[in-house]
Ligand binder design. Structure first.
Ligand SMILES: [Zn+2]
Length: 241
């Protein structure tokens, strides 16, 4: 479930993209299904799944989801997901980084307004709303598409640097719908990270271009993570069916 999910109480708040302000998700589902239910934030569940599928048990791993929005989750070396205040840890899409684009969260210039599917749709609008490949368009000479993918990759690079510096991530797994852009996206992110390293010995020492990988969107990380939830969250109490 997107939004701030309290895995202990089962309540969800501020699921902005779904228009949900406050919901007792676990309670409602438990009542309707007549069985215990675990709830988790979608990106945190994906991080648990990514650690299981491609992570290393001894590393600090971050999962960065680039879909309609931008969000991350960090799993520490013992396998615990960092939660923070009300589950807000990892909501780096709402860190204002510059620019004047209003964000759905009420702030202006959030990282999500640069590096997300919604940002790409704004930066390179398609009159018929169809999904097209901006990298292919850029390669064919579309300058607006070229600027859009530059901004996208720069923003994702910034997110990776942020996760390494602020959360200690040693490995960043990038997932979400935009990963369908494939190799050009991987190359674009790596080029941004190499450019950051070329400007700074400090950043060069982090070897960020070697520490990220992009998962195809058909790798079911969130489903795998959700399947693992009962052993990663507080024991559940079935609510009256
Ligand atoms: Zn925001």
């Amino acid at each position: 479930m997107p939004g701030l999910v309290d895995a202990t109480t089962g309540w969800v708040v501020h699921a902005l993209n779904l228009g949900v302000e406050r919901l007792d998700l676990r309670g409602e589902l438990s009542r309707q299904l007549g069985r215990p239910v675990a709830v988790e934030n979608d990106v945190k569940a994906a991080a648990i799944g990514a650690r299981e599928l491609v992570g290393d048990a001894t590393e600090v791993m971050a999962y960065l989801n680039v879909g309609t929005g931008l969000a991350a989750a960090v799993v520490d070396s013992s396998g615990e997901v960092m939660r923070g205040i009300g589950g807000a840890a990892g909501e780096i899409g709402h860190l204002p980084v510059g620019g004047d684009v209003p964000c759905g969260c009420g702030q202006v210039g959030c990282l999500e307004t640069l590096a997300s599917g919604s940002a790409l749709a704004r930066l390179w609008p398609q009159p018929d709303g169809q999904l097209r490949d901006p990298f292919a368009a850029a390669a064919a000479g579309d300058e607006i598409a070229a600027r859009a993918v530059e901004t996208l990759c720069e923003g994702i690079g910034l997110a990776i640097q942020l996760l390494a510096l602020a959360a200690g991530a040693e490995h960043v797994v990038v997932g979400g719908g935009l990963t369908d852009l494939g190799d050009p996206l991987v190359e674009g992110i790596a080029a941004q990270l190499r450019a950051r390293a070329a400007r700074s010995q400090l950043i060069a020492g982090l070897s960020l271009a070697d520490r990220f990988e992009v998962l195809r969107s058909d790798v079911p990380v969130a489903a795998v993570g959700a399947a693992l939830l009962p052993r990663t969250t507080t024991p559940l109490v079935a609510e009256g069916a």
